[in-house]
Design a protein around this ligand. Structure first.
Ligand SMILES: NC(=O)c1ccc[n+]([C@@H]2O[C@H](COP(=O)([O-])OP(=O)(O)OC[C@H]3O[C@@H](n4cnc5c(N)ncnc54)[C@H](O)[C@@H]3O)[C@@H](O)[C@H]2O)c1
Length: 255
């Protein structure tokens, strides 16, 4: 695919599970990839694992406006503009709504919504024509699930934001979202352990049996599956699609 040759791609949360796979998928398409993350340890591990000269790392908290502005000033002076922005950084915590702390609520809203907003707002002035913004939502926006009322609300918010900004930026920039299903990353491992430790489930096998049962394709999707979909959705194949949310959940969500 030549759609991304020499294009400037920004991936937030780029040192995490889906983020790394996405950076690597764009690198294979000969893009220049700017990996943005606020976890120094993850950045350092990823840097060691992939020393491509087209992969650049930025230790940046996307919720801090001044730092986001400084980042885009640097992008403009070093690269001239942005072609594709992947708003992938996200956090999740777990609790029943009645036990959820305001701190947890605020953290999830801050990263999943404020961070996406700031990264988008300050990218718009330097976006190149025919670019796209791809926001990562979740099946949690499409289907109720326990313990994540704040996360579900934030990921619904991602879809609403996607549609409104798609209207504002058409026809110059497409804005779409992807809703991953259950992805084999740390987030899922943490959730399974949390459910067992709190006594909501007995064993890992029980949880996994229940979850896998709900996925018609019969397996968790992997970060590479989501990365492929992200690259595809940003490509010219989808040049006429904007404001849309694509489920990549192995059929767990059909809507
Ligand atoms: N794993 C799943 O099952 C799943 C399912 C649906 C949606 N998602 C969504 O996919 C996206 C990626 O998730 P993942 O599974 O790869 O998780 P992950 O925890 O592996 O990656 C998330 C990355 O975001 C970074 N990050 C967090 N806060 C940040 C901030 N303030 N500034 C910059 N970076 C920050 C983290 O350091 C981490 O590297 C998230 O938006 C998540 O909500 C994940």
């Amino acid at each position: 695919m030549n759609d991304f040759k020499s294009k400037i791609i920004i991936v937030t949360g780029g040192a995490g599970g889906i983020g790394q796979a996405t950076c690597e998928a764009f690198l294979q398409s000969k893009a220049t990839v700017l990996c943005v993350d606020n976890n120094k340890e993850k950045i350092s591990k990823f840097r060691k694992a992939n020393d491509s000269k087209n992969l650049l790392f930025f230790d940046l908290d996307i919720t801090e406006e001044k730092k986001v502005k400084d980042f885009y000033n640097q992008v403009k002076s070093d690269h001239g503009g942005v072609d594709h922005l992947i708003n992938n950084a996200g956090v999740a915590t777990l609790n029943l709504c009645k036990d959820l702390s305001v701190d947890d609520w605020d953290l999830v809203m801050r990263v999943n919504l404020r961070g996406m907003f700031l990264m988008t707002k300050h990218a718009i002035p330097i976006f190149n024509d025919k670019g796209s913004i791809l926001n990562i939502s979740s099946q949690a926006a499409r289907r109720a699930q326990r313990f994540t009322s704040h996360y579900n609300a934030s990921k619904m918010g991602v879809i609403g934001f996607t549609r409104a900004v798609a209207l504002e930026l058409a026809p110059k920039i497409r804005v779409n979202a992807i809703s991953p299903g259950t992805i084999g990353t740390e987030i899922i491992d943490n959730e399974i352990n949390w459910r067992i430790n709190r006594g909501y489930e007995k064993t890992r096998e029980e949880v996994e049996h229940d979850w896998l049962h709900r996925i018609p394709m019969g397996r968790y999707q992997m970060p590479e599956d989501i990365a492929k979909a992200i690259v595809g959705f940003c490509s010219n194949t989808f040049s006429e699609t904007t404001g849309e949310t694509l489920n990549v959940s192995g059929g767990a969500v059909m809507e």
